[in-house]
Design a protein around this ligand. Sequence first.
Ligand SMILES: [Zn+2]
Length: 472
Amino acid sequence: MCLKDFAKSLPHPVKQGLYYVYGSTSPRFRYGKVFWQTYNFLQESQWWSREKLEEYQMQQLEKLLRHAYENVPYYRRVFDERGLKLKDIQDFDDLKKLPYLTKEIVRENLPDLMARNYPKSKVRHVTTGGSTGIPLGFYHEKGASEAKERAFIITLWHRVNFKMDDRCVVLRGNVVHSANKGKFWEYDPLNKNLVLSSYHMTNETFPKYIAKIRESRPDFIQAYPSAITILARFMKKNNIEPFSSVKALLCGSENLYSCQRELLEEVFQCKVYSWYGHSEQAALAGECEKSTYYHIQPEYGIVELINKDGNPATNEDELGEIVASGVSNFVCPFIRYRTGDLAIPSNGKCECGRNYPLLKRVEGRLQEFIVANDGSLIALGPAIFGIHDTEWTKVKQIQFLQEIPGESVIKVVKGSSCSDAETAAYVLRLFKARFAGRCKLDVKFVDHIPRTKSGKFRFLVQKLPIEFGRKK
Ligand SMILES: [Zn+2]
């Protein structure tokens, strides 16, 4: 047999990150070296003492800073302009000598944020939609960034008994090409995932989605909280039985509000597991088997919580912005990156035995807040998700739009045959308690509210620049 015929005789190769796998569906073969190194490391490090974790973090930070100083023009400039040398940063407190990295700085300095010692072939340009709607572009290390991320996420999911060969239903904004022809899912045999379209969920199509999920007997459902909440509302309204095979819902990439969690637990009758992360790969935190506090992963990044005054938010119940330095992305380092996400710390220790720092709650993205007439911020997520299901009778969908402080327009897709005036009065009544005297609300009727490019349901289009506290 000639080489060409031999090549043809092989099964069709499937690309998984950098690795082409011939017909293998075993995780041992389908994930590469970087994945297994990271994964095996995490199985040990998650039980390290606080001291050992900090020692490890400091070593990683030194490595990152040396690399950034020597190979990344933007950081060389940052050091030089301040007359700083590497030896000036000896502990985590010294990190404060470096300025914050904002999304604007990333946008304006992207070429200078790329490390010079990586060949172009090792670099992948990625973009994230971001809640502001303005995309943010940066770089990952081809293959490696994704493999590390997968190792971290699978380690988090192990906390709710996820195993690598478990079957999943995925509802995370994927585009399903056959959906326009009425088939709203596709099967990914490599990962044993049934991928559902997030763009075609309506009262008419839900029964098909539900029948398909039931038929596939998934062990877990991976979902954006906003998408799975819509499915849950439909199931609750129609008294639909939960899926008995599902052990937990794996919710990430969006904030999960407590009222959403309650609804999901009630409808699906299983654990709802949530984690916090972002494509910039600077911070990662996940719940555990024992509590709903987010355990910050020190092996992933160094997290500071900065309060309104620009100081560390260390007290219980003190709100702070997550400022993170990722220690694994050397292609495009994010050091002291202002994520725009707010969280509340906890100084306690979790009974699961891990010594990770804890976040009591992630309060959401700054861009999910409404600016009141006195400049204060109103969290919109709890206002929307806190409305009881039985109250959502006259509207199909809503979305807030804010362009002026103290004023907001609520776009509404009508759900019943009420008159416009009746529906408008009804919607305003829903939000009256939270907004009265702080923000003027107007209702505007629309036929359709499109989802974002990544398939998320955006409940607020915030056009105002929102800053939390002083810039330092
Ligand atoms: Zn724990």
